[in-house]
Design a protein around this ligand. Structure first.
Ligand SMILES: Cc1ncc(C[n+]2csc(CCOP(=O)(O)OP(=O)(O)O)c2C)c(N)n1
Ligand SMILES: [Mg+2]
Length: 447
């Protein structure tokens, strides 16, 4: 009944737009409105509910038109068709959860992957506790990042592919078997339990032993009530942890290599060290942003924003604006590739006008490196991937922000201190960092 009436209102809304849309788009010259409305009153339309031919009187169309026109002139809310009500996600199915709990109890090497779908603001803390009780080595992705804070005994960040290959059970919480898991091939021979809002996504490319359809975060909370074992699989956990730490050490060694300009790993490590505990990180870029995502740890749930599955560049300025308004007083960082920065650098104007103290760090390698990386090896040509090492810090100053240039590793610490101080005093600041080329991302997916 409810959704029926919503559909009816929506169809009527669309019909009204169809009738007066042209007039709204190009309002008639003075004196020509009467004739335009008369013509519309002589036209035949399809009734939005019955589909039968229908006409509308002059005064009806005039009223529709004037109401929209006046609302627009005076900036009133538009009477657009209402947004559809959000469906309440199905409660996860109890028998399926029982089966999942039995599989988990029998597993020696379980791994848990958590994606964006699993996180909702109202249950994030309960979910984090449930994960602790489940005792499975856990990888977070998308908006799931930060769910367990910076450091948690179950949180792993590196060598996911190896962990998955050795796992005997993989629980996918809101994670589809798409290209990120090589369409399921990364899961090897593991038994799969898929918790997903969508039956199609739960079964995409790989048939799970158990599919629990419903909200994956709530499903994990319900699973923890059935199969809690905080000390599960300690030897397996230790092996995963050791590998994770091994990779951390390798990154540390690579960060220490000195070049002619700035080592991107040294930069993101320094940011990780100094950023405030309430920081929100917005990532926008290719290789530089992806490198940062391995090193800069989100401080807590819903404090990480990035260009999403398909890497849609350009989100940085808008995301940071939204984050700063949603979390007043928090330190808001944008970690930009220089290519990506070009899409939303002009938001410094907005930051300045509204006193929004964002800290933008631009990784300037004068390249669309992520694209060049594959293009040059495949085609032997860097055409259309070469940028200038532009003065992005001066551009930010032009918009009224503060600009800082960093040319060498030994300038990083001081620059970040100055940037944080500028932000704390209410000014938006851009740190333009001239980077050396890096092999860190060689072999990663590029698109
Ligand atoms: C809107 C949009 N346009 C183009 C791309 C393709 N693309 C992916 S990475 C990349 C290069 C980004 O360069 P930069 O931000 O400087 O990052 P780098 O890889 O150099 O660190 C491009 C163009 C995209 N993902 N999104
Ligand atoms: Mg670049």
């Amino acid at each position: 009944m409810q959704s029926n009436s919503w559909q009816h209102r929506q169809r009527w809304g669309l019909l009204r737009l169809q009738v007066i849309g042209q007039l709204l788009a190009s309002p008639p010259e003075a004196g020509a409105l009467q004739a335009a409305l008369t013509a519309l009153a002589q036209s035949t339309w399809r009734h939005p509910l019955t589909g039968a031919d229908v006409r509308f009187g002059f005064s009806t169309i005039e009223r529709w038109y004037l109401r929209r026109h006046v609302a627009r002139m005076f900036g009133e809310p538009r009477d657009d068709p209402p947004a559809p009500p959000l469906p309440d996600p199905a409660e996860p199915d109890a028998p399926a959860l029982d089966r999942a709990a039995r599989l988990l109890a029998g597993s020696a090497r379980p791994v848990l992957l958590i994606g964006s779908q699993a996180v909702e603001p109202s249950t994030a803390d309960d979910l984090a506790q449930a994960i602790s009780r489940l005792g499975m080595p856990t990888y977070l992705s998308g908006m799931g990042r930060g769910l367990l804070g910076r450091r948690h005994p179950l949180l792993l960040r590196h060598r996911r592919r190896e962990a998955l290959r050795e796992a005997d059970l993989v629980v996918l919480a809101g994670v589809p078997c798409d290209f990120r898991l090589d369409y399921g091939r990364h899961l090897g021979r593991a038994t799969v339990v898929s918790l997903n809002l969508s039956p199609a996504e739960a079964r995409l490319n790989r048939r799970p032993a158990v599919a629990v359809i419903g909200h994956p975060g709530r499903a994990l909370i319900a699973l923890a009530a059935r199969a809690a074992d905080p000390d599960r699989a300690t030897a397996w956990r230790a092996a995963c942890r050791e590998r994770d730490e091994g990779r951390e050490r390798e990154i540390g060694e690579q960060a220490a290599v000195a070049g002619t300009q700035v080592n991107p790993l040294a930069l993101v490590r320094a940011i990780e060290d100094v950023a405030a505990e309430d920081s929100v990180f917005v990532l926008d870029g290719g290789d530089f942003a992806a490198t940062a995502s391995y090193v800069v740890a989100p401080r807590g749930p819903l404090r990480h924003l990035d260009p999403g599955v398909f890497g849609t560049l350009g989100v940085g300025g808008g995301f940071a604006l939204g984050a700063a308004v949603a979390r007043p007083g928090a330190e808001v960082w944008i970690l930009y590739g220089d290519g990506a920065a070009a899409y939303s650098l002009a938001e410094f104007d907005t930051f300045t006008r509204h006193g929004i103290p964002v800290i933008a760090v631009v990784g300037t390698d004068a390249s669309w490196a992520q694209i060049a990386r594959e293009q040059v090896s495949a085609l032997g040509d860097d055409v259309a991937t070469v940028l200038r090492a532009s003065d992005y810090h001066v551009a930010a100053e032009g918009y009224g922000g503060e600009g800082i240039l960093v040319r060498r590793d030994d300038e990083i610490a001081d620059a970040l201190t100055r940037a944080r101080a500028a932000a704390a005093s209410g000014r938006a600041v851009l740190v333009n960092v001239l980077l050396d080329r890096s092999e860190f991302r060689r072999g990663s997916i590029s698109m």
